[in-house]
Design a protein around this ligand. Structure first.
Ligand SMILES: *Cc1c(COP(=O)(O)O)cnc(C)c1O
Length: 388
């Protein structure tokens, strides 16, 4: 058997003949870029998340960029966000000329700490950008309270959190601007793709302008009109469109989202149960009212773990199991070094250096889950020659 065939990957998108057929059918309609399928996907996504409006865009990074603009974030402003996130979180703040101010995360959830975020507020702070890291909701109520008390905008980077919920409400419906990703590494995928949810009509209208060159009348409306109409370009916009081919795939993916999440949660529960007595690791924990889609399953290796993280990753790989290091910290990437002088984020750094992400995808066969668990125990419980 080829080595790749035996490999258990870190993730796999759940895409079927149904999605392929939807893309095929859409191509044959001749309407391939933003059109009726995009509108249908938006309506269905808004209904799913329980909001009035959803705006489809090319990816979550562009969703975040447009959210910064409509929230009024601009040059000279500061936006508080976690460093521990995919780098696109911080980049979106830079795109509008603002400065990301990195705050610490909570060790148990990998999510922004409301306490540290409050400490980072200055006269220049305009917004807080929270992230529902690897699908686990952040403490939304604490950030709502904070943003109201200091008169700040609250924006959610829910790139990983489609299908997650907070206090009984789907992620997407808890604040004014929530951004999703449909990259293949997330729980549902349209290839690339993104979505912004909002209940504010003014935001909705402006987002729709900005994603399509600031055009006052979109091509679908012109196409369907029986009177000649001319468009105006009312402000400098972008081309951040999602295509109808992607949206057709997204509609099929959305129908499966709740099922995909429940399957992911079963695998996570199996891991949790298997590892629960290992004192030297910290498992993901879901507080009361929090509901994660387990976009990733990350565990933290404590000081007394018998093996260091990188060696564990290598030994898993030797057994045909892919893993990943913990979520990145943007302040340690070259692009952000020195952004705030020498910033000190010991919790985030420790989490990145000592966490490991294990394979989780749908469908993950029982023997694959068992192989990961058995290998994990075999590697960590093997007698070792001490090297000090
Ligand atoms: C993946 C991800 C993004 C970027 O999403 P794209 O759709 O690839 O642009 C942004 N933020 C977080 C937290 C992510 O995980």
């Amino acid at each position: 058997m080829d080595k790749r065939e035996r490999m258990i990957p870190i993730a796999k998108p759940y895409l079927t003949e149904e999605e392929a057929q939807a893309a095929y059918d859409t191509i044959l309609t001749g309407w391939t870029t933003q059109g009726p399928k995009v509108q249908e996907f938006e309506e269905k996504f808004a209904a799913y998340t329980g909001v009035k409006y959803a705006v489809a865009v090319s990816n979550c990074t562009t969703a975040l960029h447009l959210s910064m603009i409509v929230a009024g974030v601009g040059a000279g402003d500061e936006v508080i966000c976690p460093s521990m996130s995919y780098i696109a979180t911080a980049n979106a703040i830079k795109y509008v000329g603002a400065t990301p101010v990195f705050a610490e995360v909570q060790p148990e959830s990998y999510n922004l700490s409301p306490v540290d975020a409050e400490k980072k507020i200055t006269d220049k702070t305009k917004a807080i950008l929270i992230v529902h890291q690897i699908g686990m909701p952040a403490d939304i109520d604490a950030f709502k309270e904070l943003s109201e008390r200091y008169n700040l905008k609250l924006i959610e980077d829910a790139a990983c959190a489609a299908g997650s919920a907070y206090k009984g409400k789907k992620i997407g419906s808890n604040s004014e601007l929530v951004c999703f990703s449909f990259h293949p590494r997330k729980v549902i995928s349209t290839g690339d793709g993104g979505m912004i949810t909002t209940n504010r009509e003014d935001y909705y209208r402006r987002l729709k302008l900005l994603r399509q060159h600031g055009m006052s009348v979109n091509d679908r409306v012109r196409h369907e009109a029986n009177k000649v109409i001319f468009e105006d370009h009312v402000e400098v916009g972008y081309n951040y469109r999602m295509t109808d081919i992607q949206a057709a795939v997204g509609i099929k993916q959305l129908e499966k989202l709740d099922w995909i999440v429940s399957e992911r949660r079963k695998v996570a529960a199996t891991y949790n149960e298997a590892f629960k007595d290992l004192d030297f690791i910290r498992l993901p924990s879901e507080k009361e009212g929090y509901y994660s889609n387990y976009q990733s399953y990350s565990i933290y290796l404590k000081r007394d773990c018998p093996l260091d993280r990188n060696s564990l990753m290598q030994e898993l790989l030797d057994k045909g199991i892919a893993s990943r290091r913990g979520v990145m910290t943007s302040h340690r990437e070259t692009a952000y070094k020195n952004i705030q002088g020498n910033i000190n984020l010991p919790v985030s750094e420790d989490l990145q250096d000592n966490s490991i992400i294990l394979p989780l995808y749908v469908p993950m066969k029982e023997d694959e889950v068992t192989h990961v668990i058995d290998s994990f125990f075999n590697i960590l419980m093997a007698p070792r020659v001490l090297t000090y």
